[in-house]
Design a protein around this ligand. Structure first.
Ligand code: SUG
Length: 453
């Protein structure tokens, strides 16, 4: 690859409180699994297995830590007092919905952690990060401050990395991070085109809107990020998501489209105006020829796309230049989707291979392979500047598997979140994790009282 630039994928490690609380209207998997028992141990191990498999195939793979949950400081802001254990127990008794929100392990879906622009696209030649404010759902707004700290810790070198604060946490500025952002171009080292997909304007209510479910990403937020990251206006495309898709359960664009280099793989009903979006991309890409692989609704319906998460796949460049689609196992259980994938790889097009993973525990909360990863393009010097403890290799993988097996429960119901023992177990686990990943004192419980944001 030119200039030695690679796309690194950083996967979110599932936290010890992974549970199904039905917190996300419009996320059909999450609402349909509400109140069912979860298996945090299996969830974390399945995620680690994907990381290991991709690292073994030669892809550059890192890991991002979970967040501290239950979020005791948030519960205190909501009026629960006493010892940390008492705060959790009282919230569980008086306001279980608040305890669920403050206990969600949703930070695992790091495609929503931040928007990241590669150095080749930015005015100052650094990789730019803006943590997502996740303003649409209370449980996810709690992530931004720790996400900012995690990213600043791992990508600390200001010669290579620039960090912006999250956008104001207001409905008008709703920002869900990389899940609604796709970077296209010839090669990771060359300036690319950044596609921002929004569900609503934020300020102008006259645009078409979904009727049943919320549109999370706003145009106002996407435009702010393009400004913050110093992107050339001619190399940015802003496209509205199809409100029909949102109403069918497509709460993020990465549930209906995925791109990599010069390939955009998307569903016919992904965009409000698909033809205009593709034309705008082609214009912005100039000499770079875009492979726009549009999947017709006649072959894969919107409902099938949502049920299988076909488009929530990772599209990765292999060493031979062909692409690998890393898809959820559910794609192979639906004959029509499986048949489409066979046709796709046999077509001689850029996507030559499909690899599926069982990520059922995450899928049942609406998170597939692409939700679990944050992409960061790095040149050799920037790669060397990343905190070394987060790179997945055989030794760290084995340590993390042993850590999960030691600290995680294999069954959790939302009612179990009120157990102060779970808080202690989670803190013990995270304390050990910061040592394994060499993160220092990252979490509020590890810091001096009074320093909590
Ligand atoms: O924000 N689910 C997450 C899933 C995020 C998936 N990410 C991407 N598509 N990039 C969400 O809806 C469910 C939590 C619960 O109900 O317990 C949840 O937050």
């Amino acid at each position: 690859m030119s200039n030695g630039k690679v796309e690194a994928n950083f996967d979110g490690l599932v936290g010890p409180t992974h549970n199904y609380s039905g917190l996300s209207p419009g996320n059909l998997a999450a609402t349909s699994h509400a109140m069912q028992p979860s298996n945090p141990r299996a969830a974390a191990l399945l995620g680690l297995a994907k990381m290991k498999a991709l690292a073994d195939l030669g892809f550059v793979q890192g890991v991002l830590p979970p967040q501290e949950r239950p979020d005791v400081p948030a519960l205190r802001r909501l009026g629960f007092a006493g010892s940390d254990g008492a705060v959790v127990a009282k919230a569980g008794k008086d306001a279980p919905h608040l305890l669920s929100a403050c206990s969600s392990a949703a930070a695992m879906w790091v495609a929503n952690a931040a928007t990241v622009s590669p150095a080749a696209d930015t005015e100052d030649g650094r990789v730019h990060f803006t943590p997502a404010n996740l303003a649409s759902s209370f449980h996810r707004t709690l992530e931004a401050s720790t996400t900012a700290r995690v990213l600043r810790t791992i990508f600390a070198d200001t010669a290579h990395f620039a960090h912006h604060p999250a956008l104001p946490t207001a409905p008008q500025c709703g920002d869900e991070g990389a899940a609604n952002h796709t970077r296209l171009g010839s090669d990771y080292g060359e300036p690319g085109v950044e596609l921002f997909v929004f569900g609503r304007d934020g300020f102008d209510a006259s645009r078409p809107a979904p009727h049943r479910y919320p549109a999370r990403q706003t145009l106002a937020a996407s435009e702010a990020i393009a400004r913050l990251h110093g992107l050339a206006p001619a190399r940015c495309v802003f496209a509205q998501q199809n409100p029909e898709a949102i109403d069918a359960g497509v709460f993020h664009n990465d549930v209906i489209a995925v791109g990599n280099r010069n390939v955009l793989f998307f569903h016919e009903q992904a965009f409000l105006d698909g033809a205009r979006t593709i034309a705008a991309l082609r214009r912005a890409l100039g000499a770079v020829q875009l492979h726009a692989i549009m999947v017709p609704a006649s072959k894969v319906s919107l409902a099938e796309a949502v049920a299988t998460y076909l488009f929530n796949s990772q599209l990765l460049s292999r060493a031979d230049g062909k692409m690998l689609l890393v898809a959820p196992a559910e794609c192979r259980t639906r004959p029509r989707v499986g048949a489409y994938l066979d046709e796709l790889t046999a077509s001689g097009g850029p996507i030559a291979e499909v690899l599926t993973f069982d990520l059922k525990q995450s899928m049942q909360n609406g998170g597939g392979p692409a939700c679990l990863r944050l992409r960061v393009v790095l040149d050799p010097a920037a790669r060397a500047a990343v905190l070394p403890g987060v790179w997945i290799a055989a030794a760290l993988h084995a340590q993390l598997v042993a850590w999960v097996e030691r600290h995680y429960r294999d069954r959790l119901l939302p009612a179990d979140l009120a157990d102060p023992g779970l808080l202690d177990e989670s803190r013990t686990a995270l304390d050990r994790l910061t040592q394994l990943l060499q993160l220092g004192s990252l979490y509020p419980f590890q810091r001096e009282p009074g320093t909590v944001e």
